[in-house]
Design a protein around this ligand. Structure first.
Ligand code: NAD
Length: 291
């Protein structure tokens, strides 16, 4: 049993902290929201009064926060000073690659170890302990993070050095966003050309157009396995979060001088969808805008 600080107990962090407590760890949890903190307490965590208190005496500190600015602030204002020498910082938030690398470097300079470990999988996977973690950091820090992350996920993969987890996450989600838009417009075209959607699905899922956005998560209701499309696009992965990840990918591409025309177009389409007030719908709901 290890003492673990957990900061950020929202939709994702709440379930993840509960899984660490269920795994037998002494979890000292903190969130700015009193409701989130009360839920974590009910799930077996000990409530800390501040982020510094959560980090104090911890062997590892997990963060699950909205964006890079929050992670940098919590690290710089609380965790760096409060965590004991040698403690391992595990940031599971989805943040920009540049901030991930900068905070990891700052952590190491203070005698701490750090990994970025963003996740694939939504709120249900966080609660069920079936997330996939993509981890960036030195091999020794990965070795220490792995058993902790394994309590919250079904797969823990070492992506490379600091920032590589975030790079893998945004590259994966850029491909997902672009392939969802392509799947949605293709099904709409197929229907306009007089094809029965199920017949087209049966053909394309066995032909070279096959992709996850179609065969696991078809944006057209009634086609393929059960997905948010069958629940009027409720639940699943919010379009607003897809937009966030596409923005991170397009920004990282600009920093790396990489050309991502499809990623940029997907970002523009999800921005337009969010501007229509639809950011709370599952990201496959983009088909409603394209129709
Ligand atoms: P959320 O907004 O539900 O939770 C974030 C929590 O952080 C909130 O409870 C908030 O009160 C807390 N917080 C903010 N600033 C804080 C501070 N300074 N100190 C302490 N607590 C603070 O967000 P979420 O959906 O849980 O997402 C968390 C991260 O996971 C994000 O980076 C998101 O992109 C990523 N992610 C989310 C999903 C998803 O489906 N929701 C999936 C994959 C990855």
């Amino acid at each position: 049993m290890a003492r673990i600080g957990f900061i950020g107990l929202g939709n994702m962090g709440g379930g993840m902290a509960a899984n660490l407590a269920r795994g037998g760890h002494d979890v000292r949890a903190f969130d700015l929201s009193a409701d989130a903190l009360a839920r974590a307490e009910a799930a077996g965590c000990l409530a800390a009064a501040t982020a510094a208190e959560a980090a104090s005496g911890a062997e590892a500190v997990v963060t699950m926060l909205p964006a890079g600015a929050h992670v940098a602030q919590v690290y710089e204002e609380a965790v760096f000073a409060a965590a004991p020498a040698g403690a391992l910082l595990i940031d599971c938030s989805t943040i920009d690659v540049a901030t991930a690398r900068r905070v990891a470097e700052a952590a190491v300079a203070r005698g701490l170890a750090a990994v970025d470990a963003p996740v694939s999988g939504g709120i249900a996977a966080a609660a069920g302990g079936t997330l996939t973690f993509m981890v960036g950091g030195p091999a020794e820090a990965f070795r220490r993070a792995e058993p902790i992350l394994a309590l919250m996920g079904k797969a823990v993969i070492h992506a490379g050095p600091a920032g590589a987890g975030q790079a893998a996450k945004i590259c994966n989600n850029m491909l997902l966003g672009a392939s969802m838009v392509a799947t949605a417009e293709t099904f709409l075209l197929a229907r306009k050309l007089g094809l029965d959607p199920q017949t087209f699905y049966d053909i394309a899922s066995k032909a070279s157009g096959q992709c996850w956005s179609m065969t696991s998560y078809c944006p057209l209701p009634g086609v393929g396995p059960d997905s948010p499309a069958d629940r009027d696009y409720q639940g699943g992965f919010a379009a607003a979060l897809m937009l966030k990840d596409l923005k991170l990918a397009v920004k990282a591409a600009a920093d790396a001088d990489a050309s991502v025309p499809m990623g940029a177009e997907a970002m523009a389409l999800y921005q337009a969808f969010a501007n229509q007030g639809q950011g709370g719908l599952d990201f496959s709901g983009i088909i409603k805008m394209l129709d």
